[in-house]
Design a protein around this ligand. Sequence first.
Ligand code: ZN
Length: 140
Amino acid sequence: MPAAPAYSKPVPVPDPDSRPFWEGCRQGRLLIQRCRACGQHQFPPGNVCSSCRSDQIEWTQTSGRGTVFSWIVVVHPVPKPVYEKDVPYVVALVDLEEGVRMPTNIVGCDGDRIVAGMPVKVFFDRVDDDVVLPRFRPDD
Ligand code: ZN
């Protein structure tokens, strides 16, 4: 397989808490944590439950479906000129079916057509050989 073109934008740097999330993305699976003690899902990941502080945390695969909670349409490529060719683009908060809120991009839909509560579904955007970003598109 040929190498992906160089990706010039900032990419996430996995840490011990988030590494399983990013590994899941590379496998085409959107993973979040679930507390075995109280059943709460959480995102972003941590080493204890944000609800009950239990360390009995496990990773679980989401449906990849959710709804738009909030969004902005970025029209000025600041502060990183590397985004110049991307504008306008949409930065959003998506509420997953599992009850967590995730920052992401919405693509495949003009920003002025997005409405609160709009159903969206994850897809996995391989931006270089190591990094796969979860983004969302309308779930028709
Ligand atoms: Zn808990």
